[in-house]
Design a protein around this ligand. Structure first.
Ligand code: SDX
Length: 435
């Protein structure tokens, strides 16, 4: 599938007779785009779009978001149906290969991931270089990047087979690395993966099992974890995905590109928001303090954000937030947790915010991070690991987007330009003569 001609726009420079006609391109869904590739050559001007709020960086067939309608599709399938009717490894196959697998394809894909879950034994020593209180995302950045040191045989991103093996290795090993980061922070022994468990079960097993006693899987928690992974798997050209594409456009190997994506995701404005939501709720302390907090958020001088609210694209409910909220209620009910103060506070905060004109006028709604932390806490995930789990889930989306770019024969190294407002040319005065 590719873009199609959809008319044109003419750009005329005021005060000169210079103008040019730019083709419009249309896709399957969403706004048309103006193809500005010849703009600089014809009019000698750049476009200006800090934060890329109105810039399409690529053609893609992977994920579609309609921010006004609150729609999210992975390869055309609504996220609500995938969350209910599929498992994470099926969604991995969908994102990487373009469709949900049939039974035979699933079996082969599952095997491809399962037999790459262990880390090279030398990598275990890598963890000892970190302080015990290192943030798991610092460990993920370091260890995922270090994988490149162990797989010299397939760093050639232009070789499809090398890309496939790297994809299996990354999807299979990031849960092992995240679990090892957690075990290392506790001073507990690393737990080797078990190939008889599902992807989500195996991750919870590596997080929670100890050699001193038998481990019993909890299907409720495993299903909730699997759904959390599905909801976070991909999300169009967000900051970390754009980072991965830009890194990949230089020819950097997949392990380095995914490590770059992990670094970008870590920020509290992006994947770090789920951890920030829990910290925010803890600082607020009780529902009575919510109105004061909301007034702080509305006071620009406080620089206080309502974490887990707002989104560059969604100007309606983030569909993932709705599913996450439902999952929260299901998990708490199935675990027999009658009252979860954090959930009560989050729901009260949502109620107050969504009736306040500050949020309504700015179209600020809960995003995926607003409830994900509460669900993860309910299933026993430690707060510092929330963003590492987001990275674990998003690894498949990053790889799919990277492979899509590399598979495009027209791709080039990414190199944005700028509007320079610095000093005009001037001469150096020797130090001795400088006033
Ligand atoms: C993720 O891009 C993706 O797809 C990301 C993601 C993915 O799956 O990859 O969806 C994951 O990163 C979700 C977002 C998680 N981040 C947070 O929850 C942090 C809190 N949110 C904000 O930092 C903010 O909403 C952003 C960063 C998410 C979006 O920033 P924008 O695009 O700059 O926000 P905006 O332009 O829509 O803001 C409009 C107004 C501004 O106020 P004014 O200047 O008009 O007066 O709303 C204000 C903003 O200051 N605003 C907020 C707010 N978010 C925006 N005010 C208070 N609290 C907030 N959370």
């Amino acid at each position: 599938m590719t873009s199609t001609p959809a008319g044109s726009i003419t750009v005329t420079m005021e005060g000169s007779n210079k103008s040019t006609t730019l083709p419009l391109l249309g896709g399957t869904l969403g706004p048309k785009v103006a193809d500005i590739r010849k703009l600089y050559g014809e009019l000698g001007i750049f476009t200006f779009d800090p934060g890329y709020g109105a810039t399409a960086s690529c053609e893609s067939t992977i994920t579609y978001i309609d921010g006004d309608e609150g729609v999210l599709l992975y390869r055309g399938y609504p996220i609500e149906q995938l969350a209910e009717k599929s498992h994470f490894l099926e969604v991995c196959h969908l994102l990487l290969n373009g469709d949900l697998p049939n039974a035979a394809q699933y079996e082969e894909f599952h095997k491809g991931v399962t037999y790459h879950t262990m880390l090279h034994e030398q990598l275990r020593r890598f963890f000892e270089g970190f302080r015990r209180d290192a943030h798991p995302m610092a460990v993920m950045c370091g260890v995922v990047g270090a994988l490149a040191a162990f797989y010299h045989d397939n760093l050639d991103i232009n070789d499809p087979r090398a890309r496939e093996i790297a994809a299996f290795r990354l999807i299979a090993k990031v849960p092992t690395i995240a679990a090892m980061a957690y075990k290392y922070s506790l001073g507990q022994p690393f737990v080797y993966p078990r190939n008889d468990l599902s992807y989500a079960e195996n991750f919870l097993y590596m997080l929670n099992a100890v050699p001193a006693e038998p481990y019993v899987s909890n299907p409720i928690l495993a299903r909730a974890m699997d759904r959390i992974l599905i909801l976070h798997a991909d999300h169009e050209q967000n900051a970390s995905t754009s980072t991965v594409r830009l890194a990949g456009s230089t020819g950097a190997n997949p392990f380095a590109c995914i490590a770059a994506g992990i670094a970008a995701l870590w920020g509290p404005a992006h994947g770090g928001a789920n951890e920030a939501v829990l910290k925010m709720l803890a600082e607020i302390g009780s529902p009575e303090n919510i109105p004061h907090f909301i007034s702080e958020v509305k006071d620009k001088n406080s620089h206080t954000k309502l974490m887990g609210f707002g989104h560059r694209v969604y100007k309606n409910f983030d569909p993932r937030a709705k599913i996450m909220k439902e999952t929260c209620h299901e998990v708490l009910a199935e675990l027999g947790i009658k009252n979860e103060p954090l959930l009560d506070m989050a729901m009260e905060m949502e109620r107050i915010a969504l009736s306040d004109d500050y949020f309504i006028s700015r179209k600020l709604y809960p995003n995926v991070d607003f409830y994900s932390g509460i669900v993860q806490r309910a299933i026993g995930i430690p707060v510092p690991l929330f963003t590492a789990i987001f990275a674990l889930a998003r690894t498949v989306g990053w790889i799919a987007q990277l492979n899509e770019m590399i598979g495009d024969p027209e791709y080039k190294i990414g190199r944005p330009r700028q509007l320079f407002v610095g000093a005009a040319p001037r001469n150096v005065v020797p130090l001795a003569k400088r006033g």
